[in-house]
Design a protein around this ligand. Structure first.
Ligand code: FAD
Length: 477
């Protein structure tokens, strides 16, 4: 009598890699099981999330590479399209029936809709397919790093300390890539998404896990030791630029942690540079843990509720000037043009541009959050929402509302010679370094006309206006 072979299905979502993929590793644990894989594109949902066309392109390229890597191991990857989440549940249920799937493996996503979708799916498959989820996109599962009162931290520094203590106990390991499970499969059918796709510069952002691992190794071997000194200067190559792969799951935080530890064994004892970089990875974790503790964040609610009383401006012309990099503040404009042209922006500049939109222009942080998502190759709901709420002073551990970045001072400190500004604003190429942070002051003195906008607001006046708006909002508390 022949017994039916069990069929293990791995549903790939934001985990587009075969190395250190917890769901894939678990599915391949049983030697006799047949392993198949699935990716479902959900264009309607992507539209609702304002996913950038360049991120959709990056994902598509990585799905093609993933299919090739899985194929070499004898695992077929099926690629389907579903309109939205509800549809993706139906698509998956049908797929399980058609392929006689016995076990479903997937890695958790922590956004509210995604969690609801998974709960709905598990309900529909109950009794037919055994489902198993994994905390793969984090070093430590949300809910596992809590205060003494068993609550999620609201402030980053104590979270980070508690996180490091727990990390030392657990020391997460990478899961092995699967062994070949059968003859290699080659599938060259085009992977098509019903979504706009915008290619990016592949010398800077080559898709796929192999490229990500190579970049990670180089960074940890050659650059992380200078991270602390260089990370705030956008004209320098001071940060890893690994965010696009982390955001799409072509790279895992465990791989980052383990590579860092391999190159810098004393990182857990606060080794300079390496420990500061690890702390950035912990910021990434903090925002993911927060989404699970406060799901209202997923509905774009401010963490500090009363901040919705702020009388945000809806000035379309000012918003447009910010979006297009035409505010007359060179550091802001150079940063926005870098974002619009490459899909990536340096962290210091994300803070400066977000502060400018929400504090100098008093425009609702959700406008900025959306624009960033529409442009970013590394768009990541948790990090983007967390970053925007931090800058707008509406979030956990946010900058207090009265601490308002002065864009000119920031520019003078972090782009001293104006090299970053000149790279993105060729119209200022002839302005001397001493005048680059406020070129009109210089131009007016020299009697020169610049082909560059005058500042759309005066920072000092805007600051006072914003402080008054916040104080009025506080009174309505
Ligand atoms: P590195 O400095 O090399 O850091 C390594 C990794 O740690 C990053 O790749 C990222 O995954 C993580 N990380 C670093 N800083 C942060 C942070 N402050 N918060 C969360 N994770 C962090 N990051 C995104 O990945 N996607 C976003 O959509 C996003 N939107 C942001 C919006 C605003 C307004 C702000 C202020 C920050 C945002 N960030 C976002 C965080 C940060 O700016 C980027 O992660 C970082 O610039 C990516 O460059 P890197 O890979 O060279 O970072």
């Amino acid at each position: 009598m022949s017994t039916q072979q069990t069929v293990h299905l791995v549903w790939f979502r934001q985990d587009l890699r075969i190395t250190d993929n917890l769901a894939l590793a678990a599915a391949c644990n049983e030697d006799d099981a047949k392993v198949i894989a699935l990716f479902i594109a959900t264009p309607e949902q992507w539209r609702r999330h304002s996913m950038a066309a360049r991120q959709a392109w990056f994902i598509r390229e990585q799905v093609v590479l993933l299919r090739r890597s899985l194929g070499e191991k004898g695992i077929p990857l099926y690629c389907l399209n579903a309109a939205d989440f509800t549809d993706s549940v139906g698509t998956l249920v049908e797929f399980c029936e058609a392929h006689q799937v016995s076990h479903l493996f997937y890695n958790y996503q922590y956004e509210l809709n995604e969690r609801r979708r998974d709960a709905q799916l598990e309900q529909q498959l109950a009794g037919k397919v055994t489902c198993q989820g994994f905390d793969d996109s984090v070093l430590l599962p949300p809910g596992s790093v809590l205060t003494g009162n068993n609550e999620m931290f609201r402030v980053f520094t104590p979270f980070s300390k508690a996180f490091l203590r727990r990390l030392r106990e657990i020391m997460p390991q990478c899961a092995p890539a699967p062994h070949a499970r059968g003859p290699a499969i080659s599938d060259d059918t085009p992977v098509e998404f019903d979504y706009p796709l915008q290619p990016v510069d592949t010398t800077q952002f080559p898709p796929g896990e192999k490229a990500a691992l190579q970049k990670l190794r180089m960074f940890c071997q050659q650059r992380v030791q200078n991270y602390q000194q260089q990370r705030d200067f956008p004209a320098q190559d001071g940060t890893s630029m690994l965010s696009p792969w982390l955001a799409t799951g072509a790279l895992s935080p465990r791989q980052c942690f383990r590579r860092l530890l391999a190159e810098h064994p004393h990182v857990m004892e606060h080794e300079e540079g390496a420990a500061v970089w690890l702390n950035e990875l912990i910021w990434r974790e903090f925002y993911r843990h927060l989404l699970v503790a406060w799901p209202a964040l997923c509905r774009h609610r401010p963490f500090i509720g009363w901040t919705d009383n702020v009388a945000w401006s809806h000035d379309k012309a000012l918003l447009g000037a910010w979006q297009q990099g035409k505010t007359g503040y060179p550091i802001v404009d150079a940063a926005m043009r870098q974002l619009n042209s490459t899909g990536w922006m340096h962290n210091r500049l994300r803070m400066i541009t977000a502060s400018f939109l929400t504090k100098d222009l008093l425009i609702d942080w959700r406008e900025g959050e959306r624009w960033f998502m529409e442009q970013l190759l590394d768009g990541d709901f948790a990090a983007n929402n967390g970053g925007w709420q931090w800058a707008a002073s509406t979030g956990t551990d946010a900058a207090p509302y009265f601490r308002i970045f002065n864009p000119e001072t920031q520019s003078t400190r972090f782009d001293v010679q104006g090299n970053f500004i000149r790279q993105w604003l060729p119209e200022l190429s002839l302005v001397p370094a001493s005048a680059i942070h406020n070129p009109w002051k210089w131009a007016d003195k020299q009697g020169v006309t610049l082909d560059y906008p005058r500042p759309v607001v005066d920072h000092k006046t805007a600051r006072l206006h914003t402080l008054a708006a916040w104080e009025a909002a506080r009174e309505k508390m």
